[in-house]
Design a protein around this ligand. Structure first.
Ligand SMILES: Nc1ncnc2c1ncn2[C@@H]1O[C@H](COP(=O)(O)OP(=O)(O)O)[C@@H](O)[C@H]1O
Ligand SMILES: [Mg+2]
Length: 323
């Protein structure tokens, strides 16, 4: 990803942008929402914080932003302890948590002007140009004069992002930024996230959509029931799970029998496709066994594992988004 910016002398290269140790939150009602979380977000990454609804993502983000106190454990953001350093850290962080708070009776532009005015560090003389640049960034220039209540959900999300982008940020924290958006709106947000990341901003986004994380993130952490299941570069997470062997043949029943003999597990047959878990042996031998048994093989491949395969392998469950 992007080179570390030369204007950030206080933040050394190797130091993670977010680091938590045994971070834990038990709500007053007794709910253990986050359980001993060790999270490491490298500088310059687009980091996907993935988990089904109720797995503790928003609770973690609220602790990282100093909005709620952890029950135990520690969190560092931009090298500083949270929530103690909240006032020093937050000016460097753009956040969009559970939908932006907007004034419906104000235009998109006036919402941003209000937002910028609330920032004591923001120079009023450059306010108009700052707001115009942020609107342009998220593609809302043409709709800037419309009342925010007339905005679509996607436009509201983009206006919230624009608010987070009024100042240069070292870190963007986006909680389910595409929640409730249609596919077109989701694509727009993804494109925007890629653009921001290409400038070197670290982006931490949560999502309950595996697909979305695979499309936009360089790194990911997977949560289930408040606990971290795994984290690392997306490519490595997916590689950790083995892909499925796929044999295409006009003799599927005979192929399935031979594959089973060869140690292929979890065999499934649909029409002319026989799939299964590859065995721990040279696949050339498996292929040869099929041919020797007279199975006519049209295709013999191992499909690349997805993040979903990795999740299923790690948790023994499907990635169920129902919450
Ligand atoms: N303010 C709260 N008080 C009590 N329990 C809560 C509160 N907020 C969230 N929870 C519970 O904590 C768990 C994690 O919730 P949350 O962090 O919102 O998950 P996610 O963002 O991954 O959907 C859930 O079981 C949820 O019901
Ligand atoms: Mg949430």
């Amino acid at each position: 990803m992007g080179e570390p910016s030369a204007t950030e002398p206080e933040h050394s290269d190797g130091e993670p942008v977010i680091a938590t140790r045994a971070l834990t939150k038990r709500y007053r009602g007794g709910q253990l929402a986050v359980d001993g979380l060790d999270l490491t977000v490298p500088a310059g990454s687009v980091f996907g914080f993935l988990g089904p609804n109720g797995s503790g993502k928003t609770t973690t983000i609220r602790m990282l932003m100093g909005l709620i106190e952890p029950t135990s454990g520690t969190a560092r953001v931009l090298g500083q302890p949270m929530p103690r350093a909240t006032r020093a850290v937050l000016p460097h962080v753009g956040a969009l948590i559970e939908g932006p708070a907007l004034y419906g009776f104000l235009s998109g532009r006036d919402n941003l002007i209000r937002y910028d005015s609330a920032d004591p560090a923001a120079d009023p003389r450059t306010r108009r140009s700052r707001v115009a640049a942020a609107l342009d960034r998220v593609g809302l220039t043409a709709a800037a004069g419309k009342k925010a209540k007339a905005y679509s959900l996607g436009m509201k999300q983009r206006l919230g992002l624009a608010a987070a982008l009024l100042q240069p940020r070292r870190l963007l924290v986006l909680d389910e930024p595409t929640n409730g958006l249609d596919p077109q709106g989701m694509r727009e947000i993804r494109t925007l996230i890629r653009e921001l990341a290409s400038d070197g901003t670290t982006v931490f986004l949560s999502s309950h959509l595996l697909d979305e994380i695979e499309q936009v993130c360089t790194h990911a952490a997977v949560m289930a029931q408040g606990r971290l299941i795994t984290q690392g570069p997306v490519a490595e997470l997916a590689a950790g799970a083995r892909g499925r062997l796929v044999v295409t043949t006009p003799d599927p029943a005979e192929a399935a029998r031979v594959l089973k003999e060869q140690g292929v597990g979890d065999i499934a047959v649909t029409d002319d496709r026989v799939t299964g878990e590859p065995p721990d042996r040279d696949l050339a031998e498996v292929n040869a066994a099929l041919v020797t048994a007279g199975v006519r093989v049209r295709g013999f491949t191992v499909e690349r594992a997805s993040l979903e395969d990795a999740f299923v392998a790690l948790t023994g469950e499907g990635f169920d988004v129902a919450g």
